[in-house]
Design a protein around this ligand. Structure first.
Ligand SMILES: [Zn+2]
Ligand SMILES: [Zn+2]
Length: 245
C-alpha cells in the first residue's frame, strides 16, 4: 500500500506518516549509496549520510555540515558506536531539546543499519535485546508458523523470541500478559509484571504494509490507549517517538 493511500485512509496520521516516508527514503538512500560508492575511509560515510539528510529533509547542507565536525571532535566512531551520535552537543535557538533528540535519532539510523549483516540469524532469546546493537525492541511479527520475531527499531535486525513472554522481565506467565487489539487487529501485549508493552502484528499485516515500522506507525492510536493506562514503551518507533500523547 502506498503512503498516500494510507494517509487517505488515516488522515489523522498524516504528519507521522509523512515523516516516516522521508525517514525510510533517507535510510534506504544511505544504504544504496554505501554500496554504490567506493569509500576511502569511514569518515566518508558521514558525508554520504549528511548529504542525504540535508536533501531528503530539505535542510541546507551548511546547516548540517557542522555535525561532521562534532563527530570528529567527539572522538567516537559512529560506525562502531552509532549511539554516540545521540550525545553530540547541539545547541539551537530554533529547536527544542526534544526536537534535537529526534533529529539525532533519525540521523543515527543509517549507521545502525550499517551494523547489521544481511542473513544474520541471531535470536533475541538470551537477553530480549537486539543481538546486533543491544537495543530494546517494542515490535514483533507473528509468523504463519506461530513464531515470534522481534524487530530492532534501530538496526532493523529481526530475530526469534519466545512465542509468549515479556522481552524485558522474561515473565512467561500468560495470565500476567494482557492483549489489546486495534481495529486492524494489531496487538499490544502488555506485561502486568513490569508494566511495559510491545506491539505485535501478523504476516497478513506485513503483506499489506510491507514494512514492520510502518505497521508500528499506522497503529499509533493503540500506543496512546496503552500508554494512557500507564504502560511503558521501552524503545522508540521509526521516527524517534517513544512517549506518544
Ligand atoms: Zn539492533
Ligand atoms: Zn515484563
Amino acid at each position: 500500500m502506498k503512503i498516500e493511500e494510507i494517509i487517505k485512509e488515516k488522515p489523522h496520521l498524516q504528519s507521522p506518516l509523512e515523516l516516516y516516508e522521508k525517514t525510510r527514503n533517507f535510510v534506504n538512500q544511505c544504504k544504496e549509496d554505501k554500496e554504490r560508492v567506493k569509500l576511502d575511509s569511514d569518515i566518508d560515510l558521514i558525508d554520504i549520510v549528511l548529504k542525504n539528510f540535508s536533501s531528503i529533509f530539505n535542510i541546507p547542507f551548511e546547516s548540517v555540515s557542522f555535525l561532521k565536525d562534532e563527530v570528529i571532535k567527539s572522538g567516537k566512531d559512529p560506525i562502531k558506536e552509532p549511539g554516540s551520535l545521540w550525545f553530540l552537543p547541539i545547541h539551537s535557538e530554533e529547536l527544542s531539546k526534544e526536537e534535537i533528540e529526534r533529529m539525532l535519532f533519525i540521523f543515527s539510523k543509517p549507521f545502525f543499519v550499517f551494523l547489521r549483516k544481511e542473513a544474520e540469524q541471531q535470536s533475541f532469546m538470551d537477553t530480549g535485546k537486539c543481538p546486533v546493537c543491544g537495543t530494546d525492541s517494542s515490535l514483533a511479527m507473528i509468523t504463519e508458523n506461530n513464531e515470534r520475531i522481534m524487530i530492532c527499531p534501530l538496526c532493523e535486525h529481526g530475530g526469534s523470541f519466545f512465542r509468549i513472554g515479556c522481552p524485558y522481565c522474561f515473565n512467561k506467565d500468560s495470565t500476567k500478559i494482557e492483549i489489546l487489539l486495534d481495529d486492524e487487529e494489531i496487538r499490544a501485549e502488555v506485561c502486568l509484571e513490569c508494566n511495559t508493552y510491545i506491539k505485535s502484528f501478523r504476516e497478513n499485516h506485513y503483506i499489506k504494509y510491507r514494512d514492520p515500522f510502518l505497521i508500528d506507525l499506522v497503529s499509533l492510536p493503540l500506543d496512546i490507549v496503552v500508554q494512557k493506562r500507564g504502560y511503558i514503551r521501552r524503545s522508540p518507533n521509526f521516527i524517534g517517538l517513544r512517549i506518544i500523547e
